[in-house]
Design a protein around this ligand. Structure first.
Ligand code: NAD
Length: 308
């Protein structure tokens, strides 16, 4: 299968590595020129349990370097999704599909405004990865990848994508209601990301003090009420699931925490900010999410030294 990644940072690089290693024809696109040059000169390095494996995978930052693909995987941050969707369209073969496994709400809808909605696969992944430097990433953890057609219209090629992923060692399952899966992942991120980003704590610390735990409950409750208003019923034990995941990833800084630490633009608008926007559409108030969103937005618009 010809597969192009738009955004080949931590996650695009990791999935590109897995798929190329299994024999798929992978092409990595990324606007970060130092990263692309390092991949082309030394191969893409991926650290697993302290050991670095390298693989030669063609990479480019020239958006006119088009290789028509059966599958285009968008792995930019949610702030860059619109631009990535426009690029993805250029790379798609006539029957090709676009996949997003990005975090946050709104990515698949943005892609569907550019690419025909019946060609969009959405999903989530519990794999984790971190960029160590140009051409080098670290695999930070493994877990299932869940995918489904965003328009909910059957496409027989979805099973092909699943099989290609499974053959690459990416444990992948097809989900009938991918919208609910994405809501569940969103709620986890709503509960953990902004609070850890603003306070500097690691994920596991959110339940160490009662006031922090109470704040998590508040933002998650607001988000679940908004989900319900939009026709999505989250499981009753979703708060417990947030705490379970925070415990399992206890020693990690959340991705938003890492973004703030490195003075990078965060995905706040697609996470707690999405809850605020979706609440407004239903005339609902979500003060806890609104406050966290405003604080992270304030922080990121006032980065000083080293701003990216
Ligand atoms: P990252 O910053 O490591 O990688 C994003 C890459 O996209 C960067 O290398 C950047 O240069 C590139 N990029 C930006 N704009 C581009 C454009 N227009 N065209 C091509 N490339 C462009 O981010 P990441 O950690 O890989 O995260 C990607 C997405 O996956 C996010 O939505 C994130 O929330 C989600 N996610 C991350 C993890 C994780 O562990 N890192 C886990 C699950 C989901």
């Amino acid at each position: 299968m010809d597969i192009t990644f738009i955004g080949s940072g931590a996650m695009g690089g990791l999935f590109g590595y897995f798929l190329a290693r299994s024999g798929q024809n992978v092409f990595l696109m990324d606007i970060w020129e130092d990263h692309v040059s390092a991949i082309n000169s030394q191969g893409l390095g991926v650290e697993f349990d302290g050991k670095i494996n390298r693989m030669d995978i063609p990479a480019s930052s020239d958006m006119n370097d088009i290789r028509k693909s059966d599958l285009v995987i968008i792995f930019v941050k949610s702030t860059q999704t619109e631009q990535a969707a426009v690029q993805a369209l250029k790379y798609l073969k006539d029957e090709g599909l676009v996949l997003t496994l990005q975090n946050g709400m709104g990515n698949a809808d943005k892609i569907s405004q550019v690419v025909h909605p019946d060609k969009v696969i959405a999903g989530t992944t519990s794999h984790g990865a971190t960029i160590l430097g140009p051409g080098l990433i670290r695999h930070a953890g493994a877990g299932p990848t869940l995918i489904g057609m965003w328009s909910e219209k059957n496409n027989t090629e979805l099973a092909t994508v699943k099989n290609v992923f499974c053959n690459a060692g990416i444990d992948t399952r097809i989900e009938d209601n991918i919208h609910l899966i994405i809501w569940k992942k969103l709620i986890i991120n709503v509960g953990i990301n902004a609070i850890t980003a603003l306070t500097g704590i690691k994920n596991g610390k959110i339940m160490d003090s009662p006031p922090t735990g109470e704040l998590v409950r508040m933002v998650v409750k607001e988000a679940c009420d908004v989900a319900l208003a939009h026709g999505m019923k989250l499981p009753d034990d979703i708060v417990d699931q947030v705490f379970t995941i925070a415990t399992a990833t206890g020693l990690n800084r959340s991705s938003m925490g890492q973004d703030v630490d490195h003075k990078r633009l965060t995905e706040i608008d697609a996470i707690n900010g999405a809850i605020v926007s979706l609440a407004q559409k239903k005339g609902m108030r979500v003060p806890a999410n609104q406050t966290l969103t405003a604080l992270v937005q304030t922080l990121q618009t006032n980065y000083k030294e080293g701003e990216k």
